[in-house]
Design a protein around this ligand. Sequence first.
Ligand code: GAL
Length: 365
Amino acid sequence: MRHNLQSRKKFAVLGASVAIGALALSGCGSQKGQGNEESGGGSSSGDGEVTIALLLPESKTTRYESLDKPNFEKYVKEANPDAKVKYSNANQDATQQQQQFEAAVTEGVDAIVLDPVDASAVSSALSKAKAKKIPVIAYDRFFKDADYYTSFDNKKIGNLQGQAVLDGLKAEDKDPKSGPVWMVNGDPKDPNAADFKAGAEETLKKGGADIAESHDALDWDPGDARQWVEGQLQTADKDPIAIYSANDGTAGGVIAATKKAKVKPVITGQDAEVDGLQNILRGDQYATIYKAIPPQAEFAAKAAVALAGGEKPEGSTTYKDTPTDFVEAKVVTKDNVKDIVGDQIKAEDICTGDVKKLCSDYGVK
Ligand code: GAL
């Protein structure tokens, strides 16, 4: 492989302040299409047609279909107007995702961007891609041996979530030691869930909280979260003063369970989904985590197009030996919902029905 230092170039900083670093690239010769007999099919612009497979894990969490996919497609087009995106969603089924991955390998795509349902089950599919020299990008959830990784600092997100629980208690003048705190974590097959949990636990313990119960919601299922909390509320000696919930979907299940039992712990989430933000404005949820998806999709799109063209993205940092770019995340409570509305989250989506009035109370427009 020709390693041409002169072709080394840097891409412009992405997404302004939300992106931690710029995606740096180094040219490593043009390997486009090597071993990819079925890719492209026709060369319209001289450097061939590029196909990139985007494999996302599920569709209950709204970010994937409404933000990750369209933004990824947009930034792929921006990086290479002739490039095509072949999109698949696994609907939380690891076997289905493996088939989608293998279909992309068989088709001979030029790069695969994978957000795995089960990060521990990707290695056999990965070796098939490697055998055909198809570069693979770890998107949002890390797995070993990817050519590039882009995500958020997920342990730090856990820290932010833990702090949000403590802040929510403080806002109610409650000592974190005054009662039990429960945790509803994400899916155990998702490595991010373990990071969120570790970060939140660390911060909660530092703040003196008594983590009395902890549950992993299988498949990030809001129904699982609801059922577990309902069961716990029936048998626990003491009601919780707070329930950490790893994302807005599962927080919705927790809210349903606590409302039914007429208890009102501090509840938090993640993803700044429309439902989550509405729950925050209603006072049913204290906080969520806002993650800017466009810069993450942009990092992945540019890296995929670069890798498909034989360039190597360097990333602004390295995570477990993989070139990486991280995007910043932040806590949102009712007081700063107004600051995050814009391109990613539209006020008109949040401010409907009973939430209309709340939006004007909190300056969301
Ligand atoms: C995580 C992701 C979160 C959330 C969750 C459920 O890996 O980082 O944003 O969407 O999965 O799919």
